[in-house]
Every structure is written in structure tokens, then in C-alpha cells.
Design a protein around this ligand. Structure first.
Ligand SMILES: Cc1cc2nc3c(=O)[nH]c(=O)nc-3n(C[C@H](O)[C@H](O)[C@H](O)COP(=O)(O)OP(=O)(O)OC[C@H]3O[C@@H](n4cnc5c(N)ncnc54)[C@H](O)[C@@H]3O)c2cc1C
Length: 368
């Protein structure tokens, strides 16, 4: 069986690795000429690690990450802790996206990746793509559309799908090696959240999310804009920003995909952000793409693509859409009831906090 995977992001690469593991010959078509060169930090929760283990790369990914409880420590801009990390909190593996990409590319079978290949359409299992050398086609028994939130293949089969600006914008950067020492966690104000998280090799990943009235607003000096917004916030935020190279700062608007009625059309399966792009509040978007990859690989392992894809959709749509909803609800609660959020954060017992997180992270991948 041959699978064409459209998109060499985290989801597409994991799908290709998982499919190869169950005996399917994968070909990844990626429009970029070079893969995974940019990006900042990424949190991988135990559910994603289970899926990475299932596709055979868990140990290699752990080797490039650091384990943290970063998302459990929460404070206010003056530095007062609302909640300290607790030894019973769910751990998270922090990785640099570029490191993760490298590990995934290394795990691909030889000749399974074609960079500089932009997919333009699919018809009856024939995928058309454009390269420097002109237009080409390739036949597939299975087409995995892992081409991100603005997926071309989704637009073809789900033309009514709506991608929308969620009302926030986000800056991110990686500092180091040699980054200032941090106590990792999240600092929150009504409309702003600043995250400080550890990465391997003495690096620090920071992000700032902010409410925004409209998308596409950019600044001539993005780092100065971040500094302005968190001016006077607790140490070591200013030190970390001082150590940031201006050209390391990434700035994106947050976009989400409204729930789709299905993830499968004929032999085309949507995967990752193409199927369920969500807000970054739960830190689970890429984790869900990785879960998708493991479940899809298990579902088609028997060789029957239509049956496998029905099973894939049955297993993945409820969970991913519930998670996307929860992320939106969390963002909404923060924006509209900040006082309640701070009170809940301060008083919630550790066991309940853990249960809230474990609702998403207690998940075990199928064996491939
Ligand atoms: C600020 C922020 C922080 C986040 N933090 C986390 C986190 O901590 N943990 C987490 O799990 N998730 C996080 N996420 C979510 C995560 O980044 C995404 O869910 C994940 O990267 C989606 O992966 P993907 O492979 O589905 O899509 P993408 O990463 O978008 O990859 C799609 C790929 O398809 C390629 N492509 C597109 N169109 C075509 C075409 N026509 N032909 C060929 N190739 C094409 C693109 O070039 C790209 O390489 C965060 C997101 C944001 C915005």
C-alpha cells in the first residue's frame, strides 16, 4: 500500500513514520525547500509521548528534550505565585521544534520525503503537485492531508470549513545556549500571558499571548513591542528579553478551525491542524497531530483503507474537537472572568488540578 502524506510538519512526519511501521510505503510532499528550520519551543504531554513510543521514536525525542512541570506554576505580573508547581503535577517534555523535526526526519525511510513539492489537488487517489521542474502526479491508496490550518485538500472537500482569527496574537522566541536562569511557569494578566519554559542545552523558550482586536498587525521592532507590554513585570522577564536576539522573535496571530463534520473523504484523511487547529491554551495541538498519526497507522494496518479510515474518524473526531472546545472555553474564561480564574488557580487542590490536566493527558496509543 502507498500513502501520500501532504505536508512535512510534525503531524505529516509522524504519520509517515507510523505508516511505514505498519508496512505502508509513505511519500511526504512538503512545499518548503528546507524542513523545520524555524520554530520555538513545544510542550509534549504524556499522551503525545505514548504516541511517539508507538511509532518508535519516543526515546529519540526524549533525548532532545527536558522534562518540566512548567505549565503548573502560575504567577501574577508582580511575581506573586498563585500556584506553585507540585510534585504530583503532570510532567511535560519541552523540546525545540527544530530538534523534534530533526529526530522525525532521521526516522523516515530513505527517499520518503520530497521537499519543494507543493500539492495542488487530488482526484481519485491521484495527487498533483508542483516542483521546480513543473507539475507532477503520484498515485496513492491513502492520502493524508497534514497540510496545516489552511489545508488545500480540506478546502477541496470541505469548502465550507471556516478558519477564523481567535482574537489573540502571540510572540515566541528561544534564548541561548547560555540563557539567564529562570524559574519556569506562566505569568498572567487579564489580556496577557507570558510563559517561561526550559529547553535542552541551557536554552529558554518564552512566549507572550495578547488580546488583539484584529489580525495582521505587525511592528517594526517586535521585541521592543513585547518589552513594552510586559514592562515592570517580575524578574527575570526583562533579563530574558534582553538576552533575546531581535531576529529570533516570531509573531503569529492565533487562528482556529471551526469543528468539521468529518475528517475523511474517500481515501483522503485530514490530520493535525488541517482537521482540528486549536488555540495553544492546552499546549496540545501538535500532541493531537501525533496522536492522529499513531491512530491512523493502527487503523489502516489491516490493509483495508475504507474500514481503517472510518475507524480513524470515529476515534479521533470526538476527542480532538472536545479538546479544541476546551481551549476556547479556557481562553474565554480568562478574558471575561479573570478574577474568578485567579481565585480558582489559587485555591484549587493539587489533586483536582492534576485531574483536570489528566483528562487530556491520560491517553494510551495503540500498539503498532
Ligand atoms: C503559539 C503556539 C504555540 C503552540 N504550542 C504548542 C505546544 O506547546 N504543544 C503542542 O502540542 N502544540 C502547540 N501548538 C500547536 C502546534 O504548533 C500545531 O498544532 C502543530 O504544529 C500542527 O502540526 P501539523 O503538522 O498539523 O501542521 P503544520 O505544522 O502547519 O504543518 C503543515 C505542513 O504542510 C506544509 N504544506 C502546507 N500546504 C502544503 C501544500 N499545498 N503542499 C505541500 N505541503 C504543504 C507546510 O509547509 C507545513 O510544513 C502551538 C501553536 C501555536 C500557534
Amino acid at each position: 500500500m502507498r500513502a501520500v502524506v501532504v505536508g512535512g510538519g510534525i503531524g505529516g512526519l509522524c504519520a509517515a513514520i507510523g505508516l511505514h511501521r505498519v508496512g505502508v510505503e509513505p511519500l511526504v510532499l512538503e512545499r518548503a525547500d528546507v524542513l523545520g528550520e524555524v520554530g520555538a519551543g513545544l510542550s509534549l504531554w504524556p499522551n503525545a509521548l505514548s504516541a511517539l513510543d508507538a511509532i518508535g521514536v519516543g526515546a529519540a525525542v526524549r533525548a532532545v528534550g527536558v522534562t518540566a512541570l512548567s505549565r503548573a506554576g502560575i504567577r501574577l505580573p508582580d511575581g506573586k505565585w498563585l500556584r506553585h508547581k507540585h510534585s504530583g503535577d503532570v510532567p511535560v517534555l519541552m523540546v525545540h521544534r527544530a530538534d523534534l523535526h530533526r529526530v522525525l526526519c532521521d526516522a523516515l525511510p530513505a527517499d520518503a520525503l520530497r521537499a519543494g513539492a507543493t500539492v495542488t489537488g487530488v482526484e481519485d487517489g491521484t495527487v498533483t503537485y508542483r516542483t521546480g521542474g513543473g507539475e507532477r502526479t503520484v498515485d496513492a491508496d491513502l492520502v493524508v492531508a497534514a497540510d496545516g490550518v489552511h489545508s488545500v485538500l480540506r478546502q477541496r472537500f470541505w469548502p465550507d470549513a471556516r478558519v477564523r482569527f481567535e482574537g489573540r496574537t502571540v510572540w515566541r522566541a528561544v534564548v541561548g545556549p547560555g540563557a539567564p536562569a529562570i524559574e519556569d511557569g506562566l505569568t498572567m494578566d487579564r489580556d496577557l500571558q507570558f510563559g517561561l519554559l526550559p529547553l535542552s542545552n541551557d536554552r529558554v523558550y518564552w512566549f507572550l499571548t495578547a488580546a488583539a482586536e484584529r489580525p495582521d498587525v505587525r511592528y517594526s521592532d517586535e521585541l521592543a513591542e513585547v518589552r513594552r507590554r510586559v514592562s515592570g513585570w517580575h524578574a527575570p522577564i526583562a533579563d530574558v528579553l534582553d538576552a533575546t536576539k531581535p531576529d529570533a522573535v516570531l509573531h503569529h496571530d492565533i487562528t482556529v478551525l471551526d469543528p468539521l463534520p468529518g475528517y475523511v473523504h474517500g481515501r483522503v484523511a485530514l490530520l493535525g491542524d488541517a482537521a482540528h487547529a486549536q488555540t495553544p491554551d492546552l499546549g496540545q495541538g501538535a500532541c493531537q497531530a501525533i496522536e492522529d498519526a499513531a491512530v491512523l497507522s493502527a487503523a489502516v494496518a489491516g490493509g483495508d483503507v475504507p474500514v481503517g479510515l472510518t475507524e480513524y474518524e470515529r476515534l479521533r473526531r470526538p476527542r480532538t474537537q472536545a479538546m479544541a472546545r476546551a481551549g476556547l472555553q479556557q481562553a474565554d474564561l480568562m478574558a471575561k472572568h479573570f478574577g474568578l480564574v485567579t481565585a480558582l488557580t489559587r485555591h484549587m487542590p493539587a489533586a483536582l488540578w492534576r485531574r483536570q490536566t489528566a483528562r487530556w493527558t491520560d491517553w494510551t496509543a495503540p500498539i503498532l
